[in-house]
Design a protein around this ligand. Structure first.
Ligand code: 5AD
Ligand code: SF4
Length: 359
């Protein structure tokens, strides 16, 4: 379905329950037709909260000296892998702050190899470790990672510049270059944004949706912005839309991305559960088809605070049990023992257009 910028702005506008229901129902139908009724599980491991960057919105930014820094150990990783396997998860996601250097690159390579060998290649591996060199992306791919998430955060250059320090480590153009490199290395590529940022307009969000379409990614992960009290952006909290509006806006963006992109994978982000306890469930009804239960060992999990009030106490297996019952009423079921790749990726490769430009 082709939607113009004006159509998108109209459908994004909060406050009209009819248009909300209309796009959620359409997104659900598109989802069933193009990616089926499965909800794919990815066991999330937040490997380290060390980060060299200083994004204004994020609780684990370098200058937050209050954050207690950790790196998970390999024994705990093995336990998480075993939990994923015994509960029929098809994949794992390894997320970190953005670090560079030989030691980090090697370490993540080992993490990937451990997941692949311990699971006998049963588990797919998604990485979310920020902007890296082509060589690093290639190395991790060779270790066995085959999907990579790197959010653009916001497509508008001016808004992006208000969210990040003005230095060479936070240049927007490098995001786009990284996404190109990831595609070139053979990854299934994912991107996304935050919804409800201070100063973000409906026009910005419509342009985000158009940009994500133009990027022709295989996966999308987007969620609401949630303030963190130890970040510079917290000072703008008076400009924040009420939680209910941020929730509605996020659901509208999710539905519109599903309607316009159809055969991609799309995650129900954890941040939604901060706004309302059924947030992720609502996302699964609005077009999302991926759930990422948190398998980070509890001792570490409490320190991976990108934002305040993170529902870190929700145990992964309790979440899966609860959601698997709840989604049944929408005709959905939890997928098991399969990687659950996005049909768009296979489709693109079969057409041999892998070199297709991202922008
Ligand atoms: N609220 C919501 N999402 C956030 N992220 C970082 N900080 C916040 C926040 N305060 C998201 C960013 C990043 C991902 C790892 O977490 O979009 O890409
Ligand atoms: Fe680091 Fe990512 Fe947080 Fe930015 S958003 S400070 S890169 S962890």
């Amino acid at each position: 379905m082709i939607l113009t910028r004006e159509d998108l702005i109209r459908y994004l506008k909060p406050g009209n329950p009819e248009t909300l229901q209309e796009i959620i129902d359409l997104a659900h139908r598109v989802r069933l037709n193009h990616v089926g009724n499965k909800v794919w599980l990815r066991g999330l491991v937040e490997w380290t909260n060390r980060c060299a960057k200083n994004c204004y919105y994020c609780g684990i930014r370098r200058d937050n000296k209050e954050a207690h820094r950790y790196t998970v150990d390999f024994r705990a990783l093995e336990e998480a892998i075993d939990t994923a396997l015994s509960n029929k998860f098809g994949s794992m996601v390894v997320q970190t702050g953005e670090l560079s250097g030989e030691q980090f690159v090697e370490e993540i390579g080992e993490v990937v190899k451990t997941i692949k060998s311990r699971s006998d290649n049963k588990l797919g591996v998604t990485l979310s470790c920020g902007e890296q060199s082509e060589e690093t992306y290639r190395y991790w791919y060779e270790c066995g990672a085959h999907r990579y998430l790197l959010r653009i955060e916001a497509s508008d250059p001016e808004l992006y510049s208000r969210l990040h320090p003005q230095d060479r480590f936070h240049e927007q153009k490098n995001r786009f270059i990284s996404l190109e490199l990831l595609r070139k290395c053979g990854y299934q590529v994912g991107t996304g944004i935050m919804v409800g940022l201070p100063g973000q307009s409906l026009q910005h969000l419509a342009d985000d949706i158009l940009t994500i379409n133009r990027l022709d990614v295989d996966m999308v992960g987007l969620g609401p912005y949630i303030p963190h009290h130890r970040t510079p952006l917290y000072e703008l909290k008076e400009l924040l839309l009420p939680a209910a509006v941020r929730l509605e806006l996020t659901l509208r963006v999710l539905a519109l991305v599903r309607i316009t992109m159809k055969d991609i994978n799309m995650a129900a982000s954890t941040a939604l559960d901060v706004l309302v306890s059924s947030g992720r469930l609502m996302a699964l009804r609005a077009g999302a088809n991926v759930l990422m239960p948190n398998l980070t060992p509890a001792d570490y999990r409490k320190d991976y605070f990108l934002y305040d009030d993170k529902p870190w106490l929700t145990e992964a297996l309790d979440l899966v049990k609860k959601i698997s019952g709840q989604v049944r009423k929408y005709g959905l079921e939890i997928g098991s023992d399969e990687w659950g790749d996005a049909p768009r990726f296979a489709e693109r490769n079969s057409k041999k257009t892998t070199t297709g430009k991202l922008l």
